[in-house]
Design a protein around this ligand. Structure first.
Ligand SMILES: [Zn+2]
Length: 501
C-alpha cells in the first residue's frame, strides 16, 4: 500500500552524506566527476518570458477547470534569481561552480538574501531551532498549516547552481506570482530552505528535515562535529545567527503538504527528451561499518588450515554482497576497505569496511541486512570463534513511496503544463532528498524532476536548461494551486455538512 505505513524509524547515529555520494570528507568530492566542461550560460539570453508552451499556462488549458492560476510564473525572473544568488559562494577559479557549504558565511549571505526577498513580499519569516527557514505567505484561512514548497540552498564543495537551489527559488517565484496575480490562496504557502541537505561540511546530511520530522533529535544535530572538527553544527548555527526560536518540529510547526522541485541528477528525462518527471518513490539508503577480527599470524610459518584471516573473511563478505545485490536488483557497494597494521607477510587480524545499500523497499533492505548477518555467522562457524564480525548501521535515509493522491495532483499539473508527451509519469529518485524525511511524518509529499544535462550533479558542470527550470516551476505552481483548491473544497464541505443534517 502506498503511503506512510511502510516506514520504520531507523537509526541515525553517524550519518555522512545525504545524497549518498559516499564521500567521507568534503574535500574528496572535488573534481571527482570526469565530465567534459561545456558552456553553461543561459541559452536564451534575450529574456523571453516562457518556454514555447509556457506562455499559455494559465488561460488556454481549459481542461483543468479546477485551477485558475491567474497568471504564469516568470521564467526570466526565476533564471535571474538563480544566476544572481550563484554569486554567493561562486568559485573563484570556476565561475559556474559553487562552494556554499551549509552554515558557512556564503550560506549566511544567501539566507539573508532569501529572507529579505520573502519579507519584501509580505511573508512572515520563521527560523526554527536548527536553522530551517519558513517564508510564509498568508492565505485566507490561517487555521490550517501552510502548503510547503521546500528544498535547500546549500551546495557541495565544487557543486553546481541548481541542485536544491532550483526548488527554493521556484518557491519564491511562485510567491511572487501569487502576489502579482492577486490570487487569493486558501492556505498559507511556506517556502522552506531546509538546513544542510548536502551534509558536505558535517558528518550527515538532510539535518534540518531530519530533526523537523523527528527522525533525529535536535541535540544530536546540534552536537554534530564539523568535518574539520573545529566546531559543531550548533556553534556554526549561532555564528551565522540562524538559530531561531521556532520549534524544529512538524508537530509544532506543521505543513499541510510538501512539494519539492529538484533536478533529476540522472539521464532518464534527457534520454527520452522529456521535460518534467513525476517522482513516485525515493529509494532508501543504509550505511554500515563492519569490523572484522581474525588472528594475526606469520605468512610463512602459519599453515593455511590454521589461519583466521580477517581479510579473507572480509573479501568473502564483499563477494557475497555483490552476488545478492545482483540477485535482488538493488545497489550495494563496499567503497572503503582498510587493513589495520597491514604488512605483506602478515595474515591480517583486523579489517574494516563500509557497506552502502540502496533500494526502494525498506523490507528488502531489512532482509539483505539479515542475510549479511547470517552469512557472517556462517563464516564464524567455518573459521571458529576467533573470527568475529561487528556490523552497525551508521546512517539511514528512509525509502519513501509517496501517497498516490498527491502524486496524481502533480501528474495532472505536469500534463496540463507541458503536455502529456513531455511528462515522465513515474520516476524513482536514486538520491536522497529532504522530501524523504518530510514524508516520514505522514504529511502528503511529492516531488517533481527536471532534466540534468548529461545527468551531472554535485559538480560545476551541473546544468538545467532555463526552459526546463521554468517548466518545472510552472508545474509546481499548478500543483500547489490544485492542492490549495482541494483544501478549500474540503473545508467548505465540512462547513456545509452540519447544516444539511
Ligand atoms: Zn539536492
Amino acid at each position: 500500500m502506498p503511503g506512510h505505513a511502510v516506514h520504520q524509524k531507523g537509526h541515525y547515529i553517524d550519518p555522512i552524506d545525504s545524497n549518498g555520494s559516499g564521500h567521507l570528507a568534503p574535500q574528496k568530492n572535488i573534481g571527482l566527476l570526469p565530465v567534459k566542461r561545456k558552456p553553461v550560460e543561459p541559452r536564451n539570453p534575450d529574456g523571453f518570458d516562457g518556454y514555447p508552451a509556457l506562455s499559455n499556462y494559465s488561460k488556454s488549458q481549459k481542461k483543468d477547470e479546477e485551477c485558475d492560476l491567474g497568471s504564469s510564473i516568470s521564467v526570466a525572473r526565476l533564471w535571474n534569481d538563480i544566476m544572481e544568488t550563484a554569486k554567493f559562494g561562486q568559485m573563484a577559479d570556476c565561475p559556474e561552480g559553487m562552494y556554499r557549504i551549509a552554515l558557512s558565511k556564503e550560506d549566511q549571505m544567501v539566507r539573508d538574501w532569501f529572507k529579505n526577498e520573502a519579507q519584501s513580499l509580505g511573508c512572515e519569516v520563521r527560523v526554527d531551532q536548527v536553522g530551517n527557514i519558513f517564508a510564509v505567505l498568508p492565505g485566507a484561512c490561517r487555521d490550517i498549516p501552510p502548503i510547503g514548497i521546500g528544498s535547500h540552498l546549500d551546495t557541495q564543495p565544487a557543486g553546481g547552481r541548481f541542485d536544491g537551489i532550483l526548488g527554493v527559488l521556484s518557491g519564491l517565484e511562485i510567491l511572487r506570482t501569487i502576489k502579482d496575480s492577486g490570487r487569493q490562496m486558501y492556505a498559507d504557502v511556506a517556502v522552506i530552505n531546509w538546513t544542510n541537505e548536502e551534509g558536505a561540511g558535517y558528518q550527515s546530511g538532510c539535518t534540518g528535515s531530519a530533526v523537523w520530522s523527528g527522525h533525529v533529535t535536535k541535540e544530536t544535530a546540534l552536537n554534530m562535529l564539523r568535518a574539520d572538527r573545529q566546531g559543531t553544527f550548533g556553534s556554526d548555527l549561532l555564528a551565522i545567527d540562524y538559530q531561531g526560536s521556532v520549534p524544529a518540529s512538524h508537530v509544532h510547526n506543521g505543513l499541510s503538504a510538501h512539494f519539492e522541485l529538484h533536478i533529476e541528477q540522472g539521464k532518464r528525462l534527457e534520454a527520452k527528451r522529456q521535460t518534467v518527471g513525476v517522482v513516485t518513490n525515493i529509494q532508501g539508503i543504509r550505511w554500515y561499518k563492519v569490523d572484522v577480527r581474525g588472528r594475526r599470524a606469520h605468512a610463512g610459518s602459519t599453515p593455511m588450515k590454521d589461519r583466521v584471516d580477517a581479510l579473507v573473511a572480509a573479501s568473502e563478505m564483499v563477494c557475497f554482497l555483490n552476488r545478492i545485490a545482483r540477485e535482488y536488483d538493488m545497489f550495494a557497494t563496499v567503497g572503503v576497505l582498510e587493513v589495520e597494521k597491514a604488512s605483506s607477510n602478515i595474515v591480517a587480524d583486523n579489517v574494516r569496511f563500509t557497506v552502502d545499500l540502496r533500494h526502494r523497499s525498506e523490507d528488502l533492505l531489512c532482509r539483505v541486512e539479515s542475510e549479511l548477518k547470517a552469512r557472517m555467522k556462517e563464516l564464524t562457524r567455518t573459521y571458529g570463534p576467533a573470527l568475529q564480525f561487528d556490523m552497525h548501521q551508521v546512517w539511514h535515509s528512509p525509502a519513501a513511496e509517496f501517497d498516490q493522491s498527491i502524486v496524481e495532483i502533480v501528474r495532472r499539473a505536469a500534463i496540463t503544463t507541458v503536455g502529456e508527451s513531455q511528462v515522465m509519469p513515474k520516476m524513482i529518485s536514486f538520491a536522497g532528498h529532504d522530501s524523504a524525511l518530510v514524508h516520514l511524518t505522514g504529511i502528503p509529499t511529492a516531488m517533481i524532476f527536471v532534466p540534468s544535462h548529461e545527468g551531472v550533479s554535485h559538480a560545476p558542470e551541473e546544468f538545467t536548461e532555463r526552459e526546463h527550470c521554468g517548466a518545472g516551476a510552472a508545474a509546481l505552481y499548478r500543483a500547489v494551486c490544485l492542492y490549495d483548491d482541494r483544501l478549500r473544497a474540503s473545508s467548505q464541505k465540512h462547513k456545509v455538512e452540519p447544516e444539511a443534517r
